[in-house]
Design a protein around this ligand. Sequence first.
Ligand SMILES: Cc1ncc(COP(=O)(O)O)c(C=O)c1O
Length: 390
Amino acid sequence: MNIPFLDLKAQYQSIQEEINQKILEVASSQKFILGSEVENLEKEIAAYCETRFATGVSSGSDALIVSLMALDAGEGDAVITTPFTFFATAGAIARLKARPVFCDIDKTSCNISPEKLEELLENQLKEHRSLKIKAIIPVHLYGQCADMTPIMNLASKYDLSVIEDAAQAIGAEYPSPSGIKKACAMGDFGALSFFPSKNLGAFGDGGMVLTNDESLARKLKMLRVHGSRDKYFYEILGGNFRLDALQAAILSVKLKYLETWQHKRIEKASYYDGIFKESGLGQEGLIQIPESLYKDKGVKNYHVYHQYVIRAEKRDRLKEFLQEKNVPTAIYYPLPLHLQKCFSYLGYKEGDFPVAEEAAREVLALPIYPELTSDQQDFIVSSIQSFYKG
Ligand SMILES: Cc1ncc(COP(=O)(O)O)c(C=O)c1O
């Protein structure tokens, strides 16, 4: 059976005519930089994420960088984040010469742990008086929101800004005490990535920053064009962080289908949950299926399953076995960020974040996308069963 890890060709085929038409329109206009395509997409995504403002940028990594730049984060500042995320989250902090300070994760969700964050804030304030903690970057890993209520409470107690890294979680929802909130609508900024494999993916790189704050939105728009409000007059130091019109036009077509795709992902995840439960592998402690923390809390998109990630005994051997059966899998992420060579200057060592380190040894992402069939899912789960039970 042929099972791609992600089937972008199938997605393209289903909307090919519309997309091609849009590409031709942009080609005929010969308007490639910002302009009406980008402005339209910004309005549509702001509406979808329920925020007031949106700024299209060149990638998810740049969405994080411009958010930090808008806060003037730099030397002498610390920014707290999780060690169990894609590199760009902490890379953005370090590139601006601020110090990434890591905080361990919650075992169930693999998102930053609010309890550990509280401990860290208390200790950090005592230990590093010379560093100003500027912000927290919670990551909504795999498509499920971090536990934002306690995080926002801590941010307000310690007067910190919050940048939601929602690169993997566009459209995910969170049950807050004041109602259901969308990813990107809770912090001061929300950063999105349109990397092709994301739930909403471009035909190349792209990203967006969302905010409800008008003055921050104005600053973001300046930062993405070298810091200028009026062409050739530079008020602040920015860069070239622009989103292409072509990407915006393609994304705008895809956005119309996003909710349908999200629901299909949720359906596929429930199907996996069901067949894994029937398999008995969970009861025997051989694998754990992902838990959706907000499922029974009246939240529609309680998880948008950018990834469906199990925890597995003998993970690496299972991965090899599945590869032999042509079942592709992936490990997000094999080495937590505090142990990456480029961050050795931060002085962290093995054992500092045991929950993240354990996750790095156990997580295994299985194929999940709207076009995945139940036959393919049955084959994947029965292959996993045959690894453990022969
Ligand atoms: C959690 C997280 N943050 C940031 C990024 C960076 O996004 P991009 O690849 O668009 O720069 C990604 C994308 O891979 C991501 O998964």
